[in-house]
Write a protein of this length. Structure first.
Lengths: 287, 245, 322
């Protein structure tokens, strides 16, 4: 039974990353109409940023949680201003190809300097150790990851659905030309939105660093699973992305307990099933 | 066939908009072949014409949301032919598109508050609810759940908040019930009294004749005629030919 | 929405004639390779990838569908052929048949699933399906996981063609490539191909004309997957192994890159692109992961500056269809 709860926890943790990453992807896709293949590489950069912050300046985890999303977010905004903005008006598929190329470049550069093996990043002292909950033993850091991710996801949802700023974002996603004709600097909004999505990915990277080692390819296989999550959930709603992300993480965790051989593939199999039954995904917005 | 519209000449009021030799393209399609007209402060000017004549394209060109334009568009004496739409908006131009553009992912209140203030002198929320009382009750509804008439009211209401004093309305009465059309007519008249300058595009010239000071006829991407409201009766036959009514 | 290959090359009156001339030229050049001193192994490898790229191009250039999972056909055919040759001891032609048939079956299944969505979603689905297959192959015993299937016998094709002799193997691969290429060429220029192009340009219009566009797209997908599989089966003889590399998504990415560099939607683009990329990989073999960086750079450069690709640019300059 312990093992089951342990796997559920792992599932929730993976679900946290799926949720944070698919949330970022959905926000970027809504505004820019680009599927950001570079998302996995930017997640990795977040983790590396935390690593460098510690090894070069001695600034620890709590600093990394703030600095990494900002630094990588800025990098993302530079990418958007210099490369991605040339994609407007082109077929959506060029966006996929361009960001794929960016992912190859970023991952290749990191691989050259750091090889394929992982760099360690320690759990911060405040979050070390564990709590005995009776039915299971909960490592504090892992519990923190799930709770913090949930908070960030809900905060992002609130920002987008309930605030004036979010209203601008939603409106610009629907009809950017009209929003611009009201006097809002839509190109700048687009850049900032990309930065937001990237920042979320980088944040996930920082959260991930103490659990999964810091490796150049840590985002490469993850991004494909996130794509499947996105196809399952549809990108129609922010809350839908969050729920689907967590849910699929949990399902994956349960699969690992009951039928381990399928744990790598269960998300993809679910994707196939959803496609056969409801092609537009669970929240149903067509491409 | 650019006959200088008779109405241009004798105007003592300040010129708010002056369009000369405006040409515009949608991709490869050459839509406007040389539009010339002007609008003076405090006037309501209407562009009349058949479907596809280029009326909407003209408004969109002034607003800066058409890809390719050439010629001259002067707003309050500044050349804006190369200016981006957000900067044009911040100069005090507001646009109410034909499809109304109410955002489905925003509720009525968010739709209303979306356009930012660009100048002093915009209507306050109370003043807007005075003009459009039924909007007040529907604030929490999703934008597109409103009826056609209510959406039109909302579309007009939200640009009144911004302080823009040059309004461009694209077919505000299209598809609306006569009672609503009358309300819109009254609203436009009231706005005119308050000093707004309005450029209207209409196919319903009966409605236009109740609010407009001057008319221009647009055909095949050109202005082919123009006259003041006082000359309307005299030009009825010409109007019937132009508009095919 | 502008189709991916919107700079459609003008179909000049002599388009077919131009293309046939280039084809004949290509065949002659290829036939001369064993006498030229160029290392035949390199050309054979390039030809296999060229055929996969051509198959991929059929789908994107003429069907408007960007498959990011074509490695699954390459790899599946490779594994199945390898198994048939090594474990069942089949004769080479039958081995190729087994691999191609496996790829065809896979294409039918994955096509049925993927065609349900369009555009970007289609691409993501093919990628995810390919990854699903990767994990399956990682675990199934017959693939030997990380080691792959090694030491595949080349055998005697049809009883007398000794494939262990490089020159004979080369000509077999060359004939296979030319046959596959011709099949694609014929498809593009057939009524079926015309409908595909119409679907790519304006699917709603094609539907309104009465075409069951999903069926056409599915058929194109199956054809594309089968030919890619055929190329994968051929490659087994050249490399004498079948491994996980062939099913990994990075392989799919390389196939996309080859076609992009050569020219999406051109007839000869994928061939040129394949040769360029394979040559580059050989040349840069000592540079480790910089190859990945350079490939990424080429992707970026092609998308931003060079969308027509090498052959596309040449065709544009010459105002001919290539």
């Amino acid at each position: 039974m312990q093992a089951l709860y342990a796997q559920l926890l792992v599932g929730l943790i993976n679900g946290s990353f799926y949720a944070l990453l698919s949330l970022g992807l959905a926000v970027i896709f809504g505004m820019l109409n680009i599927i950001n293949f570079a998302h996995g590489a930017l997640y990795m950069m977040g983790a590396f940023c935390a690593y460098f912050l510690l090894s070069l300046t001695g600034l620890g985890y709590w600093w990394a949680l703030i600095v990494a999303p900002i630094v990588v977010g800025i990098f993302g905004m530079v990418l958007e201003r210099t490369l991605l903005k040339w994609l407007t008006g082109l077929d959506h598929l060029y966006g996929l190809l361009l960001t794929f190329g960016i992912a190859l470049i970023v991952q290749g550069v990191f691989q050259n300097y750091f090889g394929s093996s992982g760099l360690p990043y320690a759990i911060p002292d405040e979050l070390k150790g564990g709590m005995n909950l009776g039915f299971m033993f909960l490592p504090v850091y892992r519990g923190w990851v799930v709770v913090f991710s949930l908070i960030v996801c809900i905060a992002t949802w609130f920002l987008i659905e309930k605030t004036q700023l979010g209203a601008y974002l939603r409106a610009a996603t629907e009809n950017p030309t009209l929003v611009r004709a009201f006097g809002i600097n839509v190109p700048r909004m687009i850049t900032l939105t990309y930065g937001l999505g990237v920042g979320l990915a980088a944040l996930a990277g920082v959260l991930s660093a103490p659990i999964n080692q810091v490796r150049p390819l840590m985002g490469a296989d993850l991004i494909i699973v996130v794509f499947a999550v996105v196809v399952i959930g549809g990108m129609g709603s922010i809350m839908g992305s969050i729920i689907t992300g967590f849910a699929l993480g949990v399902i994956e965790g349960l699969t690992k307990y009951f039928y381990p051989e399928a744990s790598n593939t269960v998300v993809f199999v679910l994707m196939v099933l959803v496609l056969l039954v409801k092609p537009t995904g669970l929240t149903g917005r067509a491409a | 066939m650019a006959r200088a519209p008779a109405a241009n000449a004798a105007s003592s009021a300040a010129e708010v908009l002056s369009v000369q030799n405006l040409e515009a393209w949608y991709g490869e399609s050459h839509i406007l072949h040389g539009i010339n007209f002007n609008v003076n402060a405090g006037e309501v000017v209407t562009l009349l014409g058949r479907n596809g004549a280029g009326k909407t394209t003209t408004l969109k060109s002034v607003m800066g949301i058409i890809g390719k334009r050439s010629g001259s568009i002067r707003f309050n004496n500044s050349e804006i032919i190369r200016t981006s739409s957000d900067r044009i908006a911040r100069m005090g131009v507001a646009f109410c598109p034909e499809e109304r553009g109410i955002f489905a992912s925003l509720d009525v209140r968010e739709n209303l508050l979306l356009p930012p203030t660009v100048k002093q002198g915009g209507l306050s929320l109370e003043q807007i609810f005075d003009l459009f009382p039924n909007l007040k009750e529907r604030l929490k509804s999703q934008g597109t759940k409103l009826s056609g008439g209510e959406q039109q009211m909302l579309a007009i209401a939200r640009i009144l908040r911004t302080g823009a004093n040059f309004l461009m309305l694209d077919e505000p009465t299209e598809g609306l019930a006569p009672v609503i059309i009358q309300q819109i007519g009254e609203t436009i008249a009231r706005l005119k009294k308050q000093g707004f300058t309005i450029l209207l595009v209409e196919q319903n010239f009966r409605f236009a004749s109740t609010v407009a000071d001057r008319f221009y006829i647009v055909e095949h991407g050109r202005i082919i005629d123009g006259f003041a409201n006082s000359e309307l009766q005299a030009n009825m036959d010409k109007l019937h030919t132009y508009l095919g009514v | 929405m502008s189709a991916l290959t919107d700079d459609t090359l003008p179909i000049t009156q002599h388009a077919m004639r131009d293309e046939m001339i280039v084809f004949a030229l290509m065949a002659v050049l290829l036939a001369a390779v064993p006498f030229s001193g160029i290392y035949p192994f390199f050309v054979m490898q390039a030809l296999c990838f060229a055929l996969v790229a051509c198959a991929f191009n059929l789908l994107i250039g003429y069907g408007g569908l960007l498959s990011f999972g074509h490695a699954m056909f390459l790899g599946t055919a490779g594994y199945c052929s390898a198994h048939a040759l090594k474990v069942w001891g089949l004769e080479p032609t039958l081995g190729i048949l087994v691999g191609t048939a496996a790829a065809c079956l896979l294409a039918v299944i994955t096509g049925y699933i993927s065609i349900r969505r369009q555009g970007i979603y289609f691409s993501m689905i093919t990628l995810a399906l390919s990854q699903l297959l990767y994990f399956i192959y990682l675990q199934t015993p017959f693939t030997h996981g990380e080691d792959g299937i090694q030491g595949i016998p080349q055998g005697k094709m049809l009883g007398f063609l000794d494939l262990s002799k490089p020159t004979i193997l080369y000509y077999v691969v060359m004939v296979g490539f030319l046959a596959g290429f011709l099949l694609i060429f014929r498809t593009i220029n057939s009524p079926f191909g015309e409908v595909l192009k119409a679907i790519r340009e304006n699917e709603p219009r094609a539907i309104s004309l009465g075409y069951k566009t999903d069926q056409y797209k599915l058929l194109a997908f199956i054809l594309s997957g089968t030919i890619a599989g055929f190329a994968g089966a051929l490659k087994v003889f050249v490399a004498q192994n079948a491994s996980l590399t062939d099913v990994h998504w990075s392989m799919s990415g390389e196939i996309v890159l080859m076609t992009l560099v050569g020219g999406l939607g051109t007839v000869f683009g994928p061939v040129v692109g394949a040769f360029v990329i394979i040559a580059m990989q050989q040349y840069l073999a000592g540079f480790g992961q910089w190859v990945t960086v350079i490939q990424g750079g080429i992707f970026v450069a092609c998308v931003l500056l060079f969308r027509r690709g090498l052959v596309g640019e040449i065709a544009h300059l010459l105002k001919r269809s290539l």
